[in-house]
Ligand binder design. Structure first.
Ligand code: LAC
Ligand code: ZN
Length: 465
């Protein structure tokens, strides 16, 4: 133990290794406060070479290593096994290059998403990935989890924005492929295997990200819709009517909208009256402010005139835009009346959404007659979030029972139990509900090949390694 500590100190410097009582709580417990552990060591390297040396040492000694970036994960993926090494990327936070000729930027894993977005914007460029946790989530984490968020409907997930990648493998090998070209079909694309592997196959240290022209205009609206069928028609109509500029389509069931509206929030978002079965937050982005706004208004008038949308409000300033987004972003305070709750992140074919919602609700009420559940999410991506509460403390048994109610419904519609937040610890027991035995066998083979000693974020996906 003392030896390992000394060796870690020799690698990263004595002041960047923490043990015992010197370990800050933030390394012990996750954001959801559902997962906690006693790390043996917290190590904060400054370079890929230091990450490599730490991992090599872990490999040699069979010590678990969990990479940690912005601590905004919701599934317990960043909590190390008791006694293991928390490898925090927070000091590796340099923006190395913004290249507006190739429209790429090269960043270290510990860069905060918002900082990266702003550095791109300063050069009139745009990193489209966006999510509520933008102010703390770090690039390494959003790559390791293949984060999605609010603009996937137009620009895809993190996977679609990573051009080059540098990772440290389980034996300490540094694979540095910080290329700037979009096309590269020279053999297996290992990069995509690492993206979304949640720290189980390698540790992201740097990345080259794809940039887009900064959108000079955005139009934002919240609309009320009467039926799910109309929601789909609206989505498809806006996709074509806005000439591909639709960048967010966030759906909210009526009770979710009501819950957030009635919460004691500083901004009290309630742009439209309560009582509609569905609300959608719609945003378009483009590069011709005057034309874009006119086109947006025209499309909105059309969908109002046809009755597809029963009510709408369009933001007329950035402040109003923020006000509309508050309905989706003030979740912590907004969900207070549901506390304690469990939250879900599932996906399915869009046409199956109503069947899923009905089945999940019925399954839950069969188990807990006083349960409450509400749905919202990135409907344009087939991704729904659910918030479930039974008004009492959520013991491990109750959690499994509520999880089962929701995931049975996912299984019924052939969906996925983990659309964008990942598996981490909280979904691990249900991986086989969503992946075939053959898929699990393939995952086991990949894990065994890349991390034969099972030191990288172990204990998270027990069926895999
Ligand atoms: C959201 C996060 C929880 O979409 O994924 O609100
Ligand atoms: Zn989400």
């Amino acid at each position: 133990m003392q030896d390992l500590q000394d060796e870690l100190r020799a690698i990263v410097g004595a002041d960047q290794v923490f043990v015992g009582a010197d370990i800050d709580d933030r390394y012990k417990i996750d954001l959801t406060k559902k997962y906690a552990s006693q790390p043996g060591y917290v190590v904060r390297p400054a370079t890929a070479e230091q990450v490599s040396a730490v991992v090599k040492l872990a490999h040699a000694t069979g010590t678990p290593v969990t990479p940690l970036s912005g601590r905004t994960g919701l599934v317990g993926g960043g909590v190390v096994t008791d006694g293991g090494i928390v490898l925090s990327l927070e000091r590796m936070n340099r923006i190395l290059d913004v290249d507006i000729t190739s429209m790429t930027m090269t960043v270290e894993a510990g860069c905060i998403l918002q900082t990266v977005q702003e550095a791109a914007e300063a050069q009139n460029a745009f990193l489209p990935l966006d999510l509520g946790a933008r102010g703390s989530a770090m690039i390494g984490g959003v790559i390791a989890t293949n984060a999605g968020g609010n603009r996937v409907v137009r620009w895809g997930m993190m996977r679609d924005m990573v051009i080059g990648l540098e990772v440290v493998l389980a034996d300490g090998t540094i694979i540095s492929s910080l290329t700037k070209m979009l096309k590269d079909n020279a053999g297996y694309n290992w990069k995509h295997l690492l993206i979304g592997s949640e720290g189980t196959l390698g540790i992201v240290t740097r990345a080259v990200l794809r940039l887009r022209p900064f959108p000079a205009s955005s139009q934002t609206s919240i609309v009320a819709v009467n039926s799910f069928e109309d929601v789909i028609t609206l989505l498809r109509q806006l996709e074509s009517g806005l000439s591909g500029r639709l960048s967010s389509f966030e759906l909210m069931w009526g009770n979710f909208y009501q819950c957030i509206s009635e919460a004691n929030l500083p901004r009290r978002p309630r742009p439209l009256p309560l009582g509609s079965p569905f609300y959608a937050l719609v945003e378009a982005m483009g590069s011709n402010p005057a034309d874009d706004a006119a086109q947006f208004e025209r499309e909105m008038e059309k969908v109002m005139a046809s009755g597809l949308v029963t009510n709408a409000v369009i933001a007329t300033s950035e402040r109003e835009r923020q006000g509309l987004w508050a309905v989706r972003e003030e979740l912590e305070a907004g969900l207070a009346t549901y506390f304690p709750f469990l939250s879900y992140d599932v996906s399915m074919a869009l046409a199956e959404m109503p069947r899923f919602v009905d089945a999940a609700t019925a399954n839950l009420h069969r188990r807990y007659s006083n349960a409450r559940i509400m749905f919202y999410g990135h409907a344009g991506d087939g991704n729904l979030h659910a918030i479930a509460s039974i008004g009492e403390t959520l013991t491990p048994d109750i959690r499994i029972s509520i999880d089962s109610a929701i995931f049975e419904a996912v299984r019924e519609v052939g969906g996925s139990i983990a659309a964008e937040h990942g598996i981490g610890q909280s979904r691990a027991a249900f991986l086989s509900w969503t992946r075939s035995p053959e898929e699990l066998q393939l995952m086991r083979a990949i894990k065994a090949a890349l991390d034969p000693r099972n030191i990288l974020n172990p204990g998270k996906w027990p069926e895999i390694g």
